[in-house]
Design a protein around this ligand. Structure first.
Ligand SMILES: Cc1cc2nc3c(=O)[nH]c(=O)nc-3n(C[C@H](O)[C@H](O)[C@H](O)COP(=O)(O)O)c2cc1C
Length: 353
């Protein structure tokens, strides 16, 4: 039998298979970052995954970089997520929350009193971000003070604590795709000359302080992290990515996390093959996987579980479709981030179709 369907233990929980639902922003929350009830339906439809990872969720009001994204820093937000975790658990699923801070990718439109976004350094991202008034250029962020860096670390610890209160099985730190944690790692986004910039150790300091704050609140067995070496999404640059991540992964191994999630949009190198030997613990590989590629990598020992994004988004019964070699629905990009249930809870299972 395919290794995709073998159970795997992460931390203190067992996953029924190695088919993982990728974190995907879907922008269905209200302006207060509270999830509507139909979000529970969406995740339950996909609860045959070994593990669901939620959309990236804001750790504080300053973290918000996209319309209608959920938060995990108010009681009302926590209550709305409780309905999701309860429903997923009742359906026999397991679910981690992904938490993030968008840093320089935020627009003043999304921030309290329309203030300037914050980042490791005052370096504007090239490009534009989507708002309900159309596309808008990114703006120059303000450099975080040391005190603000420390407060932001605490915000991540608090968000992890809140996620557990909301019933999640664990919390994945979003350290990928050009958001705040990644902005500290990046060679073009971190120009700091204090203890948070310069050497690999200094550029990775924020990442490890955040992970340790999360671990202090909820225990390492419930913490994980996603990284995206050399990923250029959101105008990132890591000129020294291979050396940087070969430094980070052994340090990460010492933390005994639930798992490490490697998912990058950089295809110039085989990052899974390069970095797998540097990490001791559960290794989740993502981005661009088909069933065939996934089975091959698992069989070779190149990963312990595989993370599926758009294919799982469009096929709520993806594990059953893989098991039976059924054909797949095609994802509809036009409804990835639109409000309401269209393109969200209405993808049919194979038997419904
Ligand atoms: C609509 C959409 C939203 C996404 N949002 C997130 C996110 O919130 N956090 C994250 O880490 N990755 C996010 N991603 C990236 C996915 O997790 C995944 O890496 C990507 O879809 C590539 O995997 P795939 O080839 O299996 O689709 C998003 C992708 C899509 C399509």
């Amino acid at each position: 039998m395919s290794k995709l369907f073998e159970p795997i233990k992460i931390g203190n929980i067992e996953l029924k298979n190695r088919i993982i639902y990728a974190p995907m922003t879907r922008s269905r929350a209200n302006d207060e970052g509270v999830q509507p009830d139909f979000v529970a339906t969406y995740y339950v439809q996909r609860a045959s995954a070994g593990l669901l990872i939620t959309e990236a969720t804001n750790v504080s009001p300053m973290a918000k970089g996209y319309v209608r994204t959920p938060g995990i820093y108010t009681q009302e937000q926590i209550e709305s997520w409780k309905k999701v975790t309860e429903a997923v658990h009742n359906a026999g699923g397991k679910i981690f929350m992904q938490i993030f801070h968008t840093g320089r990718i935020a627009l003043p439109d999304f921030l309290p009193n329309n203030v300037q976004p914050v980042a490791p350094s005052a370096v504007k991202a090239n490009g534009q971000n989507y708002t309900d008034d159309g596309m808008k250029d990114f703006v120059e962020p303000r450099e975080l003070t040391i005190e603000e860096v420390k407060q932001t670390v605490k915000d991540f610890g608090n968000a992890a604590k809140n996620a557990i209160e909301a019933g999640f099985d664990g919390v994945e730190l979003h350290g990928a795709n050009g958001y705040l944690v990644h902005q500290f790692l990046g060679s073009n986004t971190n120009l700091r000359t204090d203890e948070y910039g310069g050497s690999f150790e200094n550029r990775a300091r924020f990442l490890f302080e955040v992970l340790n704050a999360m671990i202090a609140e909820i225990g390492s067995e419930r913490v994980s992290v996603r990284l995206s070496p050399a990923g250029q999404f959101n105008n990132m640059e890591e000129t020294d990515a291979e050396e940087l991540y070969k430094f980070i992964l052994p340090e990460l191994s010492k933390l005994n996390l639930a798992y490490f999630h490697l998912g990058t949009f950089d295809f110039s190198k085989d990052w899974h093959a390069i970095l797998r030997p540097y990490y001791k613990g559960n290794f989740f590989a993502g981005v661009g996987f088909t069933k065939e590629r996934a089975e091959k990598l698992l069989a070779e020992g190149g990963a312990d579980a595989i993370v599926f994004g758009t294919s799982f988004l469009a096929n709520p019964d993806l594990p059953a479709r893989f098991a039976n070699n059924w054909e797949l629905n095609v994802p509809d990009q036009s409804t990835f981030y639109t409000p309401g249930e269209k393109g969200y809870t209405d993808y049919p299972t194979y038997s419904q179709a």
